[in-house]
Design a protein around this ligand. Structure first.
Ligand code: MG
Length: 332
């Protein structure tokens, strides 16, 4: 490697294009201890957009006390107005007139009110496949959380918003161990029945392996959830995130979540290693000749820029491999 890009050698049976759902500014920062200023967040998101990312999850309208890092959603979102769709309505992504899609996490009706007041056009709700995580994260049962989401999704859809349903702990749970596939399928179907346009299957503690991924996707298809409504959200705790991504691509999935520079993780996972790094994903997709629209060099520079502000190196292998050698004076 000399020019910062892998040699592109396509493989059989993979999609020609993948949409990356960038989660660094929300899922990533939410799990970073160093609190980042609103201005740095806004610049980070602008730099992500300039790198070619077209779906950038911007923030979360959770109660400010739950996630202090994202307590500035009301100040941040208006700073992104130049990135969004130019007609102010549809936030389905793509560049030019359609702008960058800027989904926001909305935990409940109050969160939806706040997101709507700022003109957000895409929201995400955050469900759990397991009772333990539903209790830990949402303080209610799985079914009670679905009941809480129902009016949120309905109202968002009435307003023409795009709705994503996150589903956590799809493969393993830190309290319950392995999660049965049928249990995940039940909650996934319930989220689709509420009216979610898209699901994001989360391997929150990073324990999935490729056969498990393939089996879950097949079962979802059999139960009527189409592959084009499914995104995957892998964590690299055990080094499996890219293997699992490849399995999902072979199954036909074309939406992959990733976090620039590998920001964040899950506070409930033992290892500090968390989200699949967007750069690691783009390196593989570039190598497979799969189009993403992302400029790997610009994205890497963005993650290096943010790592300086966080005061720690990026955990992404690709970011570290592509980082310029420090100048001799830096070593003193
Ligand atoms: Mg994550």
């Amino acid at each position: 490697m000399t020019d910062g890009l892998p040699m592109a050698v396509p493989a059989q049976g993979l999609p020609p294009r993948v949409r990356i759902h960038e989660v660094g500014a929300r899922d990533g920062l939410q799990n970073e201890k160093t609190v980042v200023s609103t201005e740095v967040k806004a610049e980070f998101i602008h730099r992500l957009a300039e790198s070619g990312l077209t779906t950038i999850e911007a923030t979360s309208f959770v109660h400010p006390e739950w996630v202090p890092q994202l307590a500035d959603a009301e100040r941040l979102f208006p700073l992104l107005g130049d990135l969004g769709p130019k007609d102010g309505r549809d936030g389905r992504g793509g560049r030019g007139g359609e702008g960058v899609a800027l989904p926001v996490l909305v935990p409940n009706a109050r969160g939806l009110d706040r997101a709507m007041a700022l003109g957000a056009r895409r929201i995400a709700v955050f469900g759990s496949a397991t009772e333990s995580f539903a209790q830990a994260n949402l303080n209610r049962t799985v079914d009670a959380s679905l009941a809480m989401f129902a009016p949120v999704v309905a109202r968002a859809r009435e307003d023409g918003m795009h709705v994503r349903g996150y589903l956590s702990m799809c493969f393993g749970d830190p309290w319950e161990g392995p999660v049965p596939v049928h249990q995940v399928v039940r909650v996934a179907k319930a989220l689709m029945d509420l009216g979610c346009h898209e699901l994001s299957l989360g391997d929150t503690i990073g324990v999935a392996t490729p056969g498990h991924v393939w089996t879950l996707l097949s079962e979802l298809n059999e139960e009527g959830v189409p592959t084009d409504a499914i995104g995957v959200h892998f964590h690299d705790t055990y080094g499996q995130a890219l293997s699992n991504t490849l399995a999902a691509l072979q199954h036909g999935v074309t939406t992959v979540d990733a976090s620039a520079g590998g920001l964040g993780g899950c506070p409930y996972a033992k290892s500090a290693t968390g989200n699949l790094a967007t750069e690691d994903l783009v390196w593989m997709l570039d190598g497979l000749g799969i189009e993403t629209g992302v400029d790997l060099g610009r994205l890497t520079a963005t993650s290096l820029w943010l790592a300086e502000r966080l005061g720690r190196p990026s955990p992404s292998r690709t970011v570290r491999a592509l980082a310029p050698d420090p100048a001799p004076s830096d070593k003193e």
